[in-house]
Design a protein around this ligand. Structure first.
Ligand SMILES: *Cc1c(COP(=O)(O)O)cnc(C)c1O
Length: 401
């Protein structure tokens, strides 16, 4: 028996089967840059990046050094004592939002994307106690906890846990007219992903976020953007909303922020900058020194190595390359930067990701007809080219079953 098979058997007897009815097929052992190696020594080009979180790749020396130094100095303080790294990181996020420093904002640190959504929802309830409705998008994903789950635009994910604390009014994503019709004087907030990640990297028409901003202003509703997956440089800007005049009142972050360490953030902005007040929220581990040190290193690397430019250049090459193979299974490529949805003409998502794995590439079938490609932002042109070169064979194998 291989080491992978053995581990999978033990996994099944010890862990809940929440992701699949059997343990994941690949058991990873270690990684370096964009490559990971499994327990049996097979190497893969990682175009999934741990659900788009490993933004500077695996075992980045700067991140390892920052974490190691911080771990040797102070691992944990709780929210009863402050420390330098959390303040530095919050200041950094303020500057990423507005380099001119004219927009006021405050940061609350937590440990995940779902927790960031929870903080945002609690803040909305505090700010708009008399408005029972939140508007969210069909196919949206904002996390799996009971508050965030209310916003899930996929009935099979959501319905078993109703009723929820807010009444949610769902609108089709990307349709500004539908949004305008749904946001009324009963609406506390609009929650949107700038580009929908779990839905298959769905990019709305240009101008949609700016329209959403105006619609919220007209109705007195708060505008909340979930940048958990879209943020931290993946699209070519720190935050995906920065392509438009669409600054949110509240922004959530997680996934890429610490390059793979658990962290989340809820940021209150502009007129709402004061944020949650004494006694309204808290977290034991939120703003953990090691996670914050890792995040500071990640942000330094992105800036120093011009990884947002790399995301645009290599992302465009990747999209053009995939389109150029002209395979009958490829319906198109959507998304932005190094965050792409490969849309299939047939519901063969799982088969395509299996065939990719066999060929040495990790990608995620987020929908039956959409594959997500969300590599580390350090992906080189040659690495993108490796995947494009292998893709016709992968798609043929998937189609052959
Ligand atoms: C992944 C994700 C979340 C949830 O993050 P967790 O850390 O898994 O709780 C929330 N919003 C978006 C847009 C995400 O992609």
């Amino acid at each position: 028996m291989t080491r992978t098979l053995d581990l999978r058997e033990r996994f099944n007897k010890a862990l809940m089967p929440t992701y699949d009815d059997y343990a994941p097929e690949v058991a990873l052992s270690h990684g370096k840059g964009c490559r990971v190696t499994d327990l049996d020594g097979h190497e893969y080009l990682d175009l999934a990046a741990g659900l788009a979180a490993s933004v500077v790749g695996h075992a980045h020396p700067d991140v390892v050094a920052a974490m190691t130094a911080q771990a040797g100095q102070l691992i944990h303080t709780s929210n009863q004592y402050c420390h330098e790294r959390e303040v530095e990181l919050a200041e950094r996020i303020q500057r990423m939002l507005d380099p001119t420093g004219t927009t006021d904002s405050r940061v609350f640190f937590c440990n995940s994307g779902a927790e960031a959504s929870e903080a945002a929802l609690k803040f909305v309830r505090r700010q708009r106690p008399d408005r029972p409705v939140v508007v969210a998008a069909a196919d949206a994903f904002h996390g799996r906890t009971m508050g965030a789950l209310a916003l899930a635009g996929v009935p099979s994910v959501r319905d078993a846990y109703a009723p929820y604390v807010f009444e949610i009014r769902f609108v089709p994503f990307g349709d500004a007219e539908a949004l305008a019709g749904a946001v009324r004087d009963d609406t506390a907030a609009v929650f949107l992903e700038p580009i929908q990640g779990e839905a298959g990297v769905v990019r709305p028409p240009d101008g949609y976020l700016a329209a959403a901003r105006r619609i919220c202003d007209a109705a007195g509703a708060m505008f909340v953007l979930d940048e958990v997956q879209s943020g931290i440089g993946r699209t070519g800007r720190w935050f995906a909303h920065q392509f438009e005049d669409a600054r949110p009142d509240v922004m959530t972050l997680s996934k890429g922020l610490a390059g793979g360490l658990p962290i989340g953030a809820c940021v209150s902005i502009g007129d709402y900058a004061d944020g949650l007040q004494v006694g309204q929220h808290g977290s034991t581990f939120g703003g953990n020194p090691v996670s914050c040190a890792a995040a500071l290193a990640v942000l330094d690397v992105i800036e120093r190595d011009h990884l947002m430019d790399n995301a645009v250049t290599v992302g465009d090459e990747l999209a053009a390359g995939i389109t150029s193979i002209g395979h009958p299974l490829v319906a198109g490529v959507r998304g932005r930067g190094l965050w792409r949805g490969l849309v299939l003409t047939e519901p063969l998502g799982v088969q395509v990701s299996e065939a990719a794995k066999a060929a040495g590439f990790l990608i995620s079938a987020v929908r039956t007809q959409a594959i997500r490609i969300s590599p580390p932002l350090i992906l080189a042109s040659e690495e993108a080219g490796e995947f494009v070169g292998a893709l016709p064979g992968i798609l043929d194998a998937a189609a052959a079953g």
